[in-house]
Design a protein around this ligand. Sequence first.
Ligand SMILES: [Zn+2]
Ligand SMILES: [Zn+2]
Length: 239
Amino acid sequence: MKYIIDPHTHTIACNHAFSTLEENVQSAKQKGIELLCYTEHGPRMPYAPPDWYYEGLSLIPSDKFSVALIIGIEANILDENGSLDSFELPEHWFNFVIASMHKHTYQPYRPCEDTEALLAVLDNRNVDMLGHIDAPFFHIDYEPVIKKAAENNTLIEFNNASVHGVRKGGIGNMRQMATFCKKHDCMVALSSDAHICHNVGNFDDVLKILQEERFPQELIINTDINRFLAFLRENGKKV
Ligand SMILES: [Zn+2]
Ligand SMILES: [Zn+2]
């Protein structure tokens, strides 16, 4: 099976990644990725670009690159009410919205608030994917979150960078996520979360976990561009 969509990547613009958009595109092309989402961190991430950078993103001619390009954002979940820092920017600038909890921008007072925050985020129909909820430093009750994600047309991410990077330690959580996604027919996306071009299109580690869990192929969205675009249109995106 070919996995031809990478829905989560970063560039030098966030100040903690190391490649340009063009370098990511070239790497994607070499690896057989046919659709790339550029999803820079939201404005509350320390050292994120200024507001007018995001406005500039909306002016990028996405059809001029050698792979299909979708401009999105990795919004920061800010609190237990599900507030996102992308609320500060016009929705129509982004055609793929990931909502993620990061230690730098989300500090809950009580562990149970992590689940409340994700359930609140899922009320926002503009969110297309929950990012790296495997992170071992949060305390998430996976079943209600995944059940609601399935009901609200929101993808659950299996983030390859989680396996080795700063969120290392969440493989057990990924196995739980796989179990509940199977149970509730929740669509998932494999992602590289690449912070350097060489990692674009790398899904091998999460794919291995899903294969070990005998995860159904039809719940993985990365294989069919038309299906991915139809999914986004269902969430109101103009793609
Ligand atoms: Zn993230
Ligand atoms: Zn990311």
